[in-house]
Ligand binder design. Structure first.
Ligand code: PEP
Ligand code: MG
Length: 610
């Protein structure tokens, strides 16, 4: 079985080939295959955050002009902020608008103009270079004071700095968007950039940075948009308007393809389309092994509107609703009512099927600008997930109230991310009890039987799984983080993507430990990390006896196809065999041999029809 085969084909194309009339050469770049499917389309190069500051020394006669530019930039930034404050006050109230007071105070600080002017005159720096230096000194000195409040103010300073610099060097502060459906080419895309882009304008992603389990990759997969990440210097080689082929299956991007290459890819797209149609026939069949063991196949959801895709692909529930994308895709903190509507929409659409709503997993690379957080040196190991929620109890309780209220409309379970300490579970359960009491007092309807579970995604949660299992109703293994924390491999770093391995012996061992603890305490066990959708890992997860797979909606049919082509007993024997192996390569080779003997004759072969 080849690991890179799958999935979708996308978008017909009337794109012109790179023919004789054009001078550009066809160029192929290899990166990380982050979301399957092939697309032929037009590039839109997004060069969002790069502010290029002129570093050449100025002629002394230009000093006063530069100082004039600085003053105009400070004025225009003040005006922008005043307009923004006004707009936010009208939409969300004065409390939210007040955050801009701090920004405006910084801008009106007279020493800012004096210090910057001194550098322009004395060191012949451009206004932008001088202002950048003054602000950096200021940020550094405030950041080094041991006072949390002051430290947090450095975020405001950074923000002001960027706004003024953009005004000085003429860059836009708005997120750039294409006018027509395009392939988004960028150096990097933060989860909030990706969440903010209009889905109808994006046919594929190709970025210089990022790995298979970076959040941009995950969003692309759940939206069914092909993506190749980790291309290193693609941005330098592509111009807006270039024709590209993005092959998310092989991890290849072809710039300015020739007619021959285009034809070859169109044939491949046709083949994949037929395969996909065949796989969709599986929707009517259960996820059952040849010897009758049933598994539940759920989907991961990043946005409420994706719920139709879960239903279309035969999902038996939502195994992970990542609520943080709703928070980071806008520029203000959503309130209880607004959240309630979103959760209720998903719960009602799933019509009684389980919906596991994960509480806010903000932090790491998922940052909401309005929360004014201080940048962290190690954000993935920082103030993230439950750690954030337990210190921002106001935000946490608002979310819990909204989720509990949605439970009156279907089958809701609540899951908590980034648990690493026993006390976190105890405290979280206390807060849930408080929320239930308050909702009863406020006469809201909710289900009293909402199950509570945790993500097992830190090595400490695995080591403590037998204790944690006594406290909760279910576990869901988050392999994306579990692998990054176990192997010390940043999940978004393409330089070390080769070290990020689902089937590393250490990971298989940790999964065995977790499965044993869940079994011993008879709690439901799901795997919702990307490993659950890695077809080579499926027989191992079957053999470990997990109860549920939760994967991107469009991967459901393929996972089902693998489950239906194996027996539970053989998979258990396979797990025993690989448990003694020492390398990922040995484990993968063992599974590949196993799968060769189990390739189904047709998509729906094996098992029985439901
Ligand atoms: C995980 O860590 O495996 C997971 C599912 O959570 P996320 O990818 O949102 O961190
Ligand atoms: Mg995680």
């Amino acid at each position: 079985m080849s690991r890179s085969k799958t999935n979708k084909s996308n978008g017909p194309s009337n794109i012109a080939p790179n023919g004789a009339g054009r001078s550009k050469l066809e160029l192929e770049r290899r990166g990380v295959p982050a979301s399957p499917g092939i697309v032929i389309g037009t590039a839109f190069v997004r060069d969002a955050d790069r502010i290029s500051i002129p570093r050449t020394l100025i002629d002394p006669s230009r000093a006063e002009d530069e100082i004039g530019s600085l003053k105009r930039a400070l004025d225009s930034t003040s005006n922008d902020l005043r307009a923004l404050k006004h707009d936010i006050a009208a939409r969300m109230g004065d409390d939210h608008a007040r955050i801009f007071d701090a920004h405006m105070m910084i801008l009106s600080d007279i020493t800012l103009v004096d210090d910057t002017s001194a550098l322009i005159r004395g060191e012949r720096l451009s206004a932008a270079a001088a202002f950048d230096r003054v602000m950096n000194r200021f940020i550094e000195s405030i950041g080094s004071i041991a006072d949390e409040y002051l430290k947090e103010r450095t975020i405001d300073l950074q923000d002001v700095k960027k706004r003024v610099l953009r005004s000085l060097v003429g860059a836009t502060t708005r997120v750039q968007r294409p006018d027509e459906p395009s392939i988004i080419v960028a150096h990097d895309l933060s989860p909030s950039d990706t969440a903010q882009l209009d889905r109808s304008l994006v046919v594929a992603y190709a970025t210089d940075l990022g790995g298979r389990t970076s959040h941009t990759a995950i969003i692309a997969r759940s939206q069914g948009i092909p993506a190749v990440l980790g291309l290193e210097n693609l941005v330098e080689r592509v111009e807006t308007g270039d024709t590209l082929i993005v092959d998310g299956n092989a991890g290849v991007v072809i710039i300015n393809p020739t007619a021959g290459t285009l034809e070859q890819y169109r044939l491949e797209m046709q083949r994949l389309h037929e395969l996909e149609e065949q796989l969709l026939l599986l929707t009517a069949y259960p996820a059952q092994t040849l010897d009758g063991r049933q598994f539940t196949l759920c989907a991961n959801l990043d946005a409420a509107h994706e719920v139709q895709s879960v239903i279309d692909h035969g999902g038996q529930g939502v195994g992970l609703f990542r609520t943080e994308y709703f928070f980071i895709s806008q520029d203000y903190l959503p309130g209880e009512e607004e959240q309630f509507k979103v959760y209720r929409q998903v719960v009602e659409a799933m019509a009684g099927k389980p919906v596991v709503i994960r509480t806010l997993d903000i932090g790491g690379d998922k940052i909401a600008s309005y929360l004014n957080r201080v940048p962290e040196l190690n954000p993935f190991m920082g103030w993230r997930g439950i750690r954030f929620c337990l210190t921002r109890k106001d935000i946490f309780k608002t979310q819990l109230r909204a989720i509990y209220r949605a439970s009156a409309f279907g089958n809701v379970k609540i899951m908590f991310p980034m648990i690493s300490q026993f006390e976190e579970i105890v405290r979280t359960k206390e807060i849930c009890a408080e929320v239930r009491d308050e909702l009863t007092r406020d006469r809201y309807k909710f289900s009293p039987a909402v199950e509570l579970g945790i993500m097992v995604e830190t090595p400490s949660a695995v080591a403590m799984a037998d204790q944690f299992a006594r406290e909760v109703d279910f576990f869901s293994i988050g392999t994306n983080d579990l692998i990054q924390y176990t192997m010390a491999v940043d999940r978004g770093n393409s330089k070390i993507a080769h070290l990020y391995q689902h089937l590393h012996p250490s990971i298989v061992r940790l999964l065995r430990l977790t499965a044993a603890a869940a079994r011993r305490h008879r709690i439901h066990l799901s795997v919702c990390g990307e490993m659950a959708g890695d077809l080579l890992a499926v027989p191992i997860l079957v053999g470990l006896g997990i109860d549920e797979f939760s994967v991107s909606p469009n991967v459901i049919p393929e996972v089902k196809r693998v489950i239906r082509s194996v027996t539970f007993d053989e998979c258990r024997a396979l797990v025993r065999r690989v448990s003694n192996l020492r390398t990922t390569a040995e484990i993968e080779a063992e599974i590949e041999t196993f799968m060769k003997a189990h390739t189904p004759v047709s998509a729906a072969s094996g098992g029985t029809r439901s």
